[in-house]
Design a protein around this ligand. Structure first.
Ligand code: 13P
Ligand code: SF4
Length: 303
């Protein structure tokens, strides 16, 4: 409609004027994915944030993602169009509690899922995302590991690498809600369809899946597969990229409830306002940044 076209025109003019790049996660609303300069999973977005030569990064995602961009590119202005867009899982681990847990596991390396605050990253040894978690854990050899905050992803990696990992009891409310029964029901309704799920899902769910991977992993799997029907066990925003990249293939959500309310807080109006006001800015103090950047850079070096 007209209002939307006007908003997009305004965003395009402002993006040029501010020398800004708009990064969006696959869980973002369609409108946002459509105007983004780059759409990706958490790892790809962190890599983009580290290498872009834009002056301004508009992060269409949740707070920890914008914060990671600010840690990796401190000379850039990082804008988060909706400051209350957080990640409940990231809030399930707090730096002081993590420090306490470390004293009980002296010698253990802390692997922190990128879904965590800068303060938590600052007291961790290495970060990971869902697409590189297995590689990161393997890079640590025989070291004892404490994995925070996602107990589901940590448990999945422990099973995949066949090793014991100390887990934190965090979880993503959106993925944790999915149950084995949902998968069984979806399989019955769509016989022969392949089940693709995110490792933030519970063990009883990923054990039922044909493929387990990050958002980018799920998209790549569907694109390269000779199958034509898929049941999707991750946030529903991924359907936009899946249907764009896989014309002629059918995608069914494993449940109607897989929606991340925080990811949906970003709108075209907010992107425009953010670029026009150059606020809200996401910053990280120098002291925290200098420690947190080590964990992120160690992760990026493992690629
Ligand atoms: P990925 O983009 O790494 O698959 O992560 C999903 C997620 O939940 C981000 O918050
Ligand atoms: Fe956090 Fe889950 Fe939303 Fe990802 S989908 S941002 S892990 S709440």
């Amino acid at each position: 409609d007209e209002r939307k076209d006007q908003l997009i025109n305004d965003i395009n003019a402002l993006r040029k004027q501010r020398k800004a790049v708009i990064l969006a996660h696959y869980y973002q609303p369609r409108d946002i994915q459509d105007i983004a300069d780059f759409v990706g999973d958490s790892l790809q977005l962190a890599q983009q944030a580290a290498r872009t030569d834009a002056d301004v990064i508009v992060f269409c995602g949740v707070h920890f993602m914008a914060e990671s961009a600010a840690i990796l590119s401190p000379e850039k202005t990082v804008l988060l169009p909706e400051p209350s867009a957080g990640c409940p899982m990231a809030d399930m681990v707090e730096a002081n509690r993590l420090k306490e847990a470390k004293t009980k596991l002296p010698g253990a390396k802390v692997v922190c899922y990128v879904n965590s605050s800068a303060e938590v990253k600052a007291v961790s040894d290495i970060c990971c995302t869902s697409s590189n978690a297995e590689k990161i854990v393997q890079s640590l050899g025989k070291e004892e590991i404490l994995f925070v905050p996602d107990g589901n992803l940590g448990g999945y990696i422990a099973a995949k690498t066949n090793r014991k990992i100390n887990l934190w009891p965090g979880f993503c409310p959106t993925h944790h809600r999915l149950a084995r029964e949902d998968i069984l029901k979806a399989r019955e309704e769509h016989q022969g369809a392949k089940v693709l799920v995110h490792p933030e899902c519970r063990e009883e769910v990923w054990r039922e899946a044909d493929y387990v991977g990050s958002t980018a992993g799920i998209i790549k799997y569907a694109e390269n597969s000779t199958d034509t029907e898929f049941i999707i066990g991750t946030e529903c925003g991924i359907l936009h990229e899946l249907t764009k990249r896989c014309p002629g293939k059918q995608f069914y959500m494993a449940s109607a409830h897989m929606i991340c309310p925080n990811m949906k807080k970003i709108s075209l109006q907010k992107v425009k306002d953010t670029l026009s006001n150059m606020a809200p800015v996401v910053t990280v103090s120098k002291e925290i940044r200098e420690k947190a950047v080590c964990a992120l850079e160690r992760m990026l070096a493992v690629q």
